[in-house]
Design a protein around this ligand. Structure first.
Ligand SMILES: C[S@@+](CC[C@H](N)C(=O)[O-])C[C@H]1O[C@@H](n2cnc3c(N)ncnc32)[C@H](O)[C@@H]1O
Length: 250
């Protein structure tokens, strides 16, 4: 959709309240001091419950990639930091065509930010095997974190529960940063947040995007709702595209 076109059709506005936010407005909202500070931490979690085509998530990713670039001490460190930044962003969107565009926009934004930084900061090109693994892992994370479904019912169009993936960083061992992927239902995360009141309330001006920050995925109530009887094998962030799983005893 052209950047300055804010609606697709009258019927979609009436049926789904679909009006996209102009980039300038998104930028102004994200410049709010509290959000600016949160954005400077690459691991701060953001959830956009009515993501549209990603007006907010794309700009948040752009800003977090800049922080990853600034903080990275080496090219490999940037590989990890850019994926950590990406893995903290979540979105839910009802309509299939919007989700497809959302996923595409996130992939393009990551890929562009990653390639530019390799050239500008590390004098390298994103065409070696390592870059390929980073970009494949980024696609895996984006497809896992951008869900098609209904935020109000927390289900998909077939009535199945929505599942989010947590990308938990494990303690660095012998200089290697690994990640443990775990899946949780949206219900479990919300129930836990309500119990603990750990959801950060946003200013009224953000009611549209209703960002949830720093949801603690580690609570026992969400553990009991862990989705699968297989678990993802801990691996480097740049290897999550392999989606290796192992059986766990029940
Ligand atoms: C006002 S638009 C905002 C889109 C985007 N956040 C933006 O600022 O450009 C609302 C979006 O929410 C989606 N939506 C409507 N009801 C929803 C629901 N129950 N669950 C998830 N998404 C929903 C619509 O399809 C639409 O894309």
């Amino acid at each position: 959709m052209p950047e300055n076109q804010l609606i697709k059709s009258k019927s979609r506005v009436l049926q789904h309240g679909e009006v996209f936010t102009p980039l300038e407005t998104v930028k102004q909202m994200l410049d709010e001091p509290k959000l600016k500070e949160a954005l400077y931490d690459i691991s701060t979690t953001f959830l956009e419950p009515s993501a549209g085509e990603g007006a907010f998530l794309v700009e948040i990713l752009t800003r977090k990639m800049r922080v990853a670039k600034e903080l990275a001490e080496s090219r490999l460190d940037f590989d990890d930091k850019s994926l950590i930044a990406l893995s903290s962003l979540y979105g839910v969107e009802l309509l299939e065509d919007n989700v497809e565009t959302l996923v595409m926009n996130m992939i393009m934004t990551f890929s562009q930010g990653y390639s530019e930084t390799l050239v500008e900061k590390f004098d390298e090109k994103a065409n070696d095997a390592k870059s390929k693994h980073v970009l494949e892992s980024a696609k895996t994370i984006i497809r896992a974190n951008m869900l098609q479904g209904n935020t109000l019912t927390r289900k998909d169009a077939d009535g199945n529960p929505l599942y989010f993936s947590e990308w938990k960083l494990l303690p660095v061992k012998r200089g290697v940063q690994k990640v443990q992927r775990k899946t949780y239902t949206f219900d479990a995360i919300i129930n836990q947040s309500e119990e603990e009141s750990s959801v950060v309330e946003t200013e009224p001006v953000f009611e549209e995007i209703d960002l949830l920050a720093d949801v603690d995925f580690e609570d026992e109530s969400s553990k009991t709702d862990t989705a699968k009887t297989v678990r993802y094998v801990p691996c480097r962030l740049t290897e999550v595209y392999q989606e290796l799983v192992e059986d766990v005893a029940e």
